[in-house]
Design a protein around this ligand. Structure first.
Ligand code: FPP
Length: 226
């Protein structure tokens, strides 16, 4: 029997790096650096938490509107993160997956990601990173592909989403006290539980995820039934 109290797929909108830095009188870039540290610690601990897939919103298709310097900082952090953490992913059976229009990123990042995808293809837990991702674009493009196949149904659209090979989304967490989805996993969130926590992303530790998973296990999911 399926264990309904276990979250197999958890997604996180990592928010609050800027506010974390501002409160400490530090540059925003430091907030993002600490945000990467929080990612690293979390990825190290998910294997022990029984989660099959962790999906992180790292860069939205709207984030290009940020000042160029900040976009550059985020891209450089991405480069550094892949370079430094790839061996650890391979050693810990983490399968990297990228969702979003990532082929539109800088050519060197695309090449690094292609290599990382190849090296981690055999992993048993998935870390899905959303890069240049927007849910409305994802749904529109999946619907267009479904139409081209001659069959427009919920199943055929879902089969063309970036997440087609992932377990259904169980739990969506957003940090920093903001209560909105910001164009993230709109289709996939249809029956997901939501957790909005006040913690700013750089302060989000594995204990916070444990807490969210405990709360999830207490909830009764109805999927529209009674
Ligand atoms: C939100 O903070 C966070 C982001 C825009 C990006 C999240 C990115 C990281 C944690 C670093 C890169 C990730 C990886 C996987 C290498 P914000 O700047 O919107 O904060 P604010 O709302 O307080 O200003």
């Amino acid at each position: 029997m399926t264990d309904h109290s276990r979250a197999r797929h958890v997604a996180i909108i990592m928010d609050g790096n800027g506010r974390w830095a501002k409160r400490k009188g530090l540059p925003r870039a430091v907030g993002h650096q600490r945000g990467v540290e929080a990612v690293r610690k979390l990825v190290r601990s998910v294997g022990d938490m029984g989660i099959d897939c962790l999906t992180l919103y790292a860069f939205s298709s709207e984030n290009w509107k940020r000042p160029e310097e900040e976009v550059d900082d985020l891209m450089n952090l991405m480069r550094k993160f892949i370079k430094s953490d790839l061996p650890e992913f391979v050693a810990n059976n983490v399968r990297l997956k990228i969702i979003g229009d990532w082929q539109g990123l800088a050519p060197d990042i695309v090449a690094m990601l292609e290599d990382a995808l190849e090296q981690t293809a055999g992993g048993t837990h998935t870390l899905a990173v959303a890069l240049n991702y927007g849910a409305q674009q994802e749904i529109a493009s999946a619907a267009a592909k479904a139409a081209a196949s001659g069959e427009v149904t919920e199943e055929s659209i879902a089969a063309h989403l970036y997440t087609a090979d992932l377990p259904p989304l169980d739990l969506l967490i957003r940090t920093s006290g903001e209560v909105r989805l910001s164009n993230f996993l709109l289709w996939q969130a249809a029956y997901a539980e939501m957790a909005f926590v006040d913690t700013l992303w750089p302060d989000f530790a594995p204990e916070h995820l444990h807490q969210a998973l405990d709360d999830f296990a207490q909830r009764e999911r109805r999927y529209g039934g009674r």
